[in-house]
Design a protein around this ligand. Structure first.
Ligand SMILES: Nc1nc2c(ncn2[C@@H]2O[C@H](COP(=O)(O)OP(=O)(O)OP(=O)(O)O)[C@@H](O)[C@H]2O)c(=O)[nH]1
Ligand SMILES: [Mg+2]
Length: 281
């Protein structure tokens, strides 16, 4: 735990210029951030000493840095339970947040959804049914503006109570890196394989299969993903196969239209609620 926080502190130093330009200008409480900035500056250029970032950070207590960053981005970790919704760009992070809040992408207050790189800043969205739950939309990793390297730190993923890593057809090395870094800090993680409705349709069309056969293929896909996660040391991390369309129907209307197949949406929602209560007690 301590070592991981030291790593975060060191990475924060590297990220300092980006943090200073974007956060200070945009929406960070200046007084709190000034403290971090001066701390970072002090640590990155210690007067008359050789540069030794990990040692310097260790002396400054990275836990305090984490608390300061939480305050700076307006994250309440006492009264609220904060889910970071993260993962590679375009996997359906914003769509999931809208769906779980019972919103369509065009509704007021919905997160912006799109086919190109859409979410550019960290943004919080309260759960309308469970006031203690907050979902945080993160810019997807793997683009030029949000590269994989140091993604965990620059997107402040170390601040969250739990991470939902949204994945597409494949689990990428960057997804595993996020999970490793989170588990190092005892932050619970769920893998969420989204867009299952689209995959099911693709399987039916591409392989000319009936629904039953395509569903069988989807179950095989989940087994393969599960086995891959197990082989990578994530046997304890849960995997859910979902469609944001089904999540929306569950939350938006409380009854399913029958237009989409139900996979693990109910169990994901139950787990999200359970972990949020368990994490507060
Ligand atoms: N059919 C279907 N489409 C989805 C689903 N989830 C997301 N999409 C579509 O996938 C595209 C990307 O969705 P977003 O929610 O914007 O993805 P994102 O991960 O937030 O993307 P970035 O913010 O750019 O990283 C959009 O066209 C969505 O409509 C889903 O469960 N089913
Ligand atoms: Mg997005």
């Amino acid at each position: 735990m301590g070592a991981a926080l030291v790593k975060i502190g060191a990475a924060l130093l590297e990220a300092a210029p980006a943090v200073i330009t974007t956060q200070v200008v945009e929406r960070v409480i200046p007084a709190v951030f000034d403290g971090i900035v001066s701390l970072l500056k002090k640590m990155s250029t210690p007067p008359n000493q050789p540069k030794d970032i990990p040692l310097a950070v260790a002396k400054q207590d990275p836990k305090e840095i984490r608390e300061a960053v939480r305050k700076a981005i307006g994250m309440d970790c006492v009264g609220k339970y904060n889910f970071g919704v993260t993962g590679f760009t375009g996997t359906g992070k914003s769509s999931f947040i809208n769906a779980v809040r019972g919103l369509k992408p065009t509704d007021d207050g919905a997160a912006t959804v799109g086919i190109d790189e859409t979410t550019l800043t960290l943004q919080s969205y309260p759960d309308p049914r469970y006031p203690h739950i907050v979902y945080w939309d993160t810019p997807g990793c793997g683009t030029t503006s949000v590269p994989v390297k140091e993604y965990f730190t620059t997107q402040k993923l170390f601040c969250f109570d739990c991470l939902l890593i949204i994945v597409g057809n494949r689990i990428l090395e960057s997804d595993l890196e996020i999970a490793r870094a989170a588990l190092d800090l005892n932050i619970p993680v769920f893998f969420v394989r989204s867009q299952s409705d689209k995959s099911l349709r693709d399987v039916m069309e591409n392989e000319e299969l009936e629904l039953d056969e395509a569903l069988e293929k989807m179950h095989d896909m989940k087994k393969t993903m599960r086995a891959y996660l197990d082989s990578q040391g994530f046997a304890v991390v849960r995997l859910f196969v979902i469609s944001a369309k089904v999540v929306f129907e569950l939350f938006g209307t409380e009854k399913l239209s029958g237009q989409y197949e139900l996979f693990d949406e109910r169990s994901l929602i139950e787990s999200v609620i359970t972990v949020s209560y368990a994490g507060r007690s």
